[in-house]
Design a protein around this ligand. Structure first.
Ligand code: ADP
Ligand code: TRP
Length: 331
């Protein structure tokens, strides 16, 4: 198992939130502790939607700093910017020759954009750029170039990996040899959906996120805003159906969880107290992460150095793979 390669792309579109941390960052870092891991910042994928240079640059630093603050060790995990690896683009041109146009027509992200246009009575392709349309090919190149076995992703990305498999198999079949390793999605079974401040799934699209790097004062404010039911102080409360308690479980030890659950059930504890307990435990875990993040953002040259070193190593692997592919296809 040890030589299995885990690879994932992180789109730089905003500061990560607690849902991202428990659903994506932490499981990926856990995998990186035992396996060969290759994690990169998918800045070309972000370019499809982020057209402001300062914003794209800032987002890239933010996600790089976030992952490093959360524990990614760039000496151990290959960590790079997608845009630093020209072989990714070379490979995506090669893959285009093996990708059925119909496959792209069936991709969820493109289909959803078309459906939205039709709903609004607009031209089906209104506002859709070729970057969005061919998004799955670039993603397949990201994955296949680096011989990934497992691709840690959320459920929404599984179709993209299936497309990468289709393309890889088409190439392998044509040349009668295993030029590409066949990847598979890696879904963290145990990671549950983290609720946001309104009880729905925490998501940027719902505006209910709690960012990982809020100052202590902002964090307290966000926690106090979490929606609860209208039960009074004296009433006994049910921890298992409570949003505050669901979040508490992520940050507290089993003993602390049992103690707070008992206070819920006994009655006599108001929502303000429960939220204060949640804030304390969150702040305990997030303070060192926040401190590391702040230090990195204050001196992004550390991030640049890490990403540049990663790019050097990644390009070596990519160059070797691309040479082999060019030979095999007759270029
Ligand atoms: P958002 O919904 O805020 O736009 P993304 O779609 O960018 O988040 O998600 C990035 C990663 O974080 C994905 O792997 C996704 O599965 C994970 N993730 C996002 N929100 C949550 C959540 N509320 N609970 C668990 N995992 C989440
Ligand atoms: N499409 C992914 C997302 O939106 C990001 C991504 C780009 C990716 N290339 C990848 C993920 C390769 C896994 C592997 O989150």
């Amino acid at each position: 198992m040890e030589n299995k390669v885990y690879l994932t792309g992180i789109k730089p579109t905003g500061t990560p939130h607690i849902g991202n941390y428990f659903g994506a960052i932490r499981p990926a870092l856990k995998a990186a502790a035992s396996f060969e891991a290759r994690y990169f910042i998918a800045d070309y994928h972000a370019l499809n939607t982020v057209k402001d240079p300062a914003e794209l640059r800032r987002n890239t630093y933010e996600v790089a700093a976030a992952w490093m603050a959360c524990g990614l060790d760039p000496e151990k995990t290959l960590f790079y910017r997608q845009s630093d690896i020209p072989q990714v683009f070379e490979l995506s041109v090669l893959l285009n020759a093996f990708t059925a146009k119909g496959l792209m027509n069936r991709a969820h992200a493109y289909k959803a954009a078309v459906a939205l246009n039709l709903e609004k009575g607009e031209d089906p392709d209104s506002g859709i750029n070729m970057g969005l349309y061919t998004y799955p090919v670039l993603m397949a190149a990201d994955i296949l170039l680096f011989d990934a076995d497992f691709v840690p992703v959320g459920k929404d990305q599984v179709q993209h990996i299936e497309i990468a498999v289709d393309i890889a198999e088409a190439v392998n079949r044509n040349y009668g040899k295993e030029l590409f390793r066949i990847p598979q999605p890696y879904l963290e079974e145990s990671s549950q959906v983290i609720p946001g401040s309104d009880g729905r799934k925490m998501s940027k699209s719902y505006n209910n996120t709690i960012s990982l790097f809020l100052s202590e004062a902002q964090l307290r404010k966000q926690v106090m805003r979490i929606v609860t039911n209208s039960q009074g102080v004296e009433e006994a409360k049910d921890p298992d159906s409570c949003n505050v308690f669901s979040l508490y479980k992520l940050f507290a030890t089993p003993e602390e969880q049992a103690a707070l659950a008992a206070r819920y059930r006994a009655g006599g504890m108001g929502w303000g107290d429960a939220k204060k307990e949640l804030f304390d435990k969150m702040n305990r875990m997030l303070t060192p992460i926040r401190d590391r993040y702040t230090a990195l953002m204050a001196d992004p040259s550390v991030i640049d150095e890490a990403l540049n070193r990663g790019a050097e190593r990644a390009r070596q692997l990519a160059r070797r793979k691309m040479e082999k592919l060019r030979r095999a296809v007759g270029l």
